[in-house]
Design a protein around this ligand. Structure first.
Ligand SMILES: [Fe+2]
Length: 277
């Protein structure tokens, strides 16, 4: 790793701040390797004091894979890869204030999401992350065995009910298409680390494959609570110019809606992942 780069974990199970990397510049191979390794080791990595144009953020994201153009929310004009993540001072609700991973309702869920915060409150509006390798590892062998043979159905079918109180409105085209639905394993094996993680998310996991929603609910509720146990988590305090890059394959996140009367605004891009196995 180049000497100027430091990686400092912020919690026991996930999250590390990286210093010494300017994301506005093309990354040389050695820097890219160091960033990628920190991402795989810590599941979510943070950078401070960045200054990124949309094109620079897109160029950074493309080092990790193809970017998705979302039809869930309205993208930034002229840069359809960028989602505007925002809460205006008069809004009461936000997107993402429950434990989830991004886009698990797609055949190829997001590999990672990269959020660059341009404006934020002085305090409040943190984001939490939870390590889903740790969640899987902490289950009993009997539960691990049972879940390893199970699949679940994921859907974005409730998307249309989510505009109330929010500045970020659902993309109008999303109202005119059928919901996205996918079936994925409940325990997924990370394509790059080979490690197993728990992969169920309250807003998108509808039921276990082959079971009804009613039959699935008790076990899903247990897993949701287990997946977000405090010791698996870290919590990031944003500043203007902070960037977070999280791995949706093995981490969940939660955006805290604990502020009002202040604007929070940023740009998010989403790297397309593989089909979960
Ligand atoms: Fe999210």
């Amino acid at each position: 790793m180049p000497e100027r780069i430091t990686v400092k974990p912020i919690a026991g199970f996930c999250g590390a701040e990286i210093d010494g990397v300017d994301l506005s510049q093309p990354l040389d191979d050695e820097t890219f390797e160091a960033v990628q390794q920190a991402f795989l080791d810590h599941l979510v990595i943070f950078f401070r004091d960045q200054n990124l144009t949309p094109d620079q953020q897109i160029a950074f994201g493309r080092r990790f894979g193809e970017l998705r153009i979302s039809d869930q929310y309205q993208p930034l004009d002229a840069h359809p890869e960028i989602l505007e993540i925002g809460k205006e001072p008069d809004a009461t609700d936000i997107v993402g204030n429950l434990w989830h991973c991004d886009e698990s309702f797609l055949e190829r869920p997001a590999l990672g999401s990269i959020l660059y915060i341009i404006e934020c409150p002085e305090f409040g509006g943190d984001t939490m992350f939870a390590n889903q390798y740790a969640a899987y590892n902490a289950l009993s062998p009997g539960m691990q065995d049972m879940l390893s043979s199970m699949r679940a159905v994921y859907s974005d079918g409730t998307l249309q009910q989510r505009n109330k109180g929010r500045s970020m409105k659902v993309h109008p085209d999303a109202a005119n298409r059928p919901s996205y639905d996918a079936v994925h394993p409940v325990v997924r094996i990370h394509a790059q680390t080979g490690r197993k993680s728990l992969f169920v998310h309250r807003p998108y996991t509808v039921r276990f494959d082959g079971m009804t929603a009613d039959e699935s609910r008790p076990l899903l509720e247990f897993l949701y609570a287990h997946a977000s146990r405090p010791e698996f988590t870290c919590r990031f305090r944003w500043e203007k110019g902070s960037v977070a890059f999280w791995d949706n394959r093995c981490a969940q996140h939660y955006a805290l809606n604990d502020y009002s009367g202040v604007r929070r605004y940023g740009h998010r891009i989403t790297v397309i992942g593989d089909v979960p196995h």
